[in-house]
Every structure is written in C-alpha cells, then in structure tokens.
Design a protein around this ligand. Structure first.
Ligand code: SF4
Length: 252
C-alpha cells in the first residue's frame, strides 16, 4: 500500500472481516493527499455504503455545514472511518472488526501525515485516547504518539440530540486557530501561514506573531494521571485543564 489509491483498491477487495459480506461498496475514504486535516469517523452508514463515499448522508451534510462555518470545504480535508465497510443495521463495529481494519487507517495516517487529526465520535477518539469518555476529552488538543489529535462529538450525535449541536459547533470553531499554531510549530522559520478557507495552498502574509505560540498539550494518559471515566457520555464540559508549564502558552 504505497499510495492512497493502492490502499483504496485493497480496501475495495478486502475480505478480512465479516463486514465484507454485507457491503454494497467499501468506503476507503477520500480527500487530497496533502490534506492538513484528517477527519476520522466510525463507519459507513446506508448512504455511504450505497455511494462508496464517506459522510454523504445527513451526518455528512452537517459535517459540510460545520466545515463551511470555519471557511473550509470537504475537498480540502481527508475523511476516513475506523471501519471501511458498513456494519449491519448501523450497529457499532466490534473490537475484532476495528482491529482487522486498523491496518488501513494506520497506513492512511502514515501516507497523509496530517497536521491535525480530528476524531469524530467515541470509536475514533478511543483509538488515540482510550479509556476516557469523549465528553471528557473533546474540544481539547491531545498529543499522542507524535500526532496532534482533537476529539469532537460525532456529527450524527448532533443530529440526534439537538442539545449537543452547540458543543460540536464550539469545538469546530477552535480548528482554525489550532491549525495556525500547528503550521507555525511545523515550520517555525516561516512567517507565512495559510488561513483556513483560503483556496488550495496559496500562502499570504499574516505577519509574524509577536511571539511564536507554543501548544499546550494534554499529556498522554498514564497510570498516575488517567482520570476515572464516567459511566456514560454526557454533554458536560470537560474539566479545566491544568496550568501549562512555565514559558508555554495555553490555547484553550
Ligand atoms: S471492514 Fe475493513 S477489514 Fe473488514 S472487510 Fe471491510 S475493509 Fe476489510
């Protein structure tokens, strides 16, 4: 799987887990190979299975609205899922199915090397931040194995429960600022950054920041600092993060 196209061909012919038996089309994922953001959802639903494309049903429409709210389009980002074939009746993917399919997502991450990974919902969030309810970790930047991961509730949750929409929109609104900082971190010598919403890749001067900001990252969970997960997800706001180390600037 040397390219995203190779990977998509492998996925389309894959029979490595029982989900292949019920699919109309596999849904490898789509987006530009130089996308700065990789969105990871859960798995294809009815519309995605029919079209072979990710996030094309009602949740996809909401995702496009959310992208538009921050000046972006889906053509600027890569969209993938934890499992590439539709679970029957839209049930949750099993751990065995997720495990069988993880080689494809892992390779997509390697090939894309995105600046930011946005996990949509509890399954993709659990891949990077295991053992914690998404309601506790959403809307905050996590540093995991050298990747920057930003969990957000799944758009479908915002469609099912109106009260969740505000939290999803609030978290999305943080993405442009995160990207600006991550671009500077990735290329500290550069004084040009591309703003979210600009056409593909033209850069323009924004002027150097007064001080290059440092990201305040949530450390990877350890036995010492891992909070006890709640019994169920809720819409509560996450607890206030601890103060950053001296010399670092907190973003959120
Ligand atoms: S879900 Fe993934 S592992 Fe299972 S058959 Fe589809 S592509 Fe293969």
């Amino acid at each position: 799987m040397d390219t995203l196209a190779d990977l998509a061909r492998r996925v389309s012919a894959c029979t490595d887990c029982p989900l292949h038996t019920g699919r109309t089309n596999a849904v490898p994922g789509e987006g530009p190979s130089d996308a700065e953001i990789l969105f990871i959802g859960e798995g294809p639903g009815f519309h995605e299975d029919r079209q072979g494309r990710p996030f094309v049903g009602p949740a996809g429409n909401f995702l496009e609205d959310l992208l538009q709210s921050i000046g972006m389009t889906r053509e600027q980002v890569f969209i993938a899922n934890m499992v590439k074939c539709r679970p029957p009746e839209n049930r949750d993917p099993t751990p065995a199915e997720i495990s069988a399919c993880s080689k494809y997502l892992d390779r997509q991450i390697e090939l894309l090397n995105p600046l930011l990974i946005v996990t949509l919902g509890r399954f993709s969030t659990a891949k990077f931040v295991p053992g914690q309810a998404i309601s506790r970790v959403r809307g905050r930047l996590h540093s995991v194995g050298g990747r920057r991961v930003f969990p957000i509730m799944h758009p479908a949750a915002g469609l099912r429960r109106q009260e969740m929409r505000a939290g999803i929109e609030e978290d999305f609104a943080k993405i442009p600022g995160l990207l600006d900082v991550l671009r500077i971190q990735a290329d500290p010598a550069s004084e040009t950054v591309r703003r979210v919403g600009e056409p593909s890749h033209p850069s323009y001067e924004t002027g150097p920041p007064a001080q290059t900001p440092s990201l305040w990252d949530i450390p990877e969970p350890t036995a010492e600092n891992a909070p006890v997960p709640p019994e169920s997800d809720s819409v509560e706001q996450p607890p206030a993060p601890p103060e950053p180390p001296p010399g670092q600037q907190r973003l959120f």
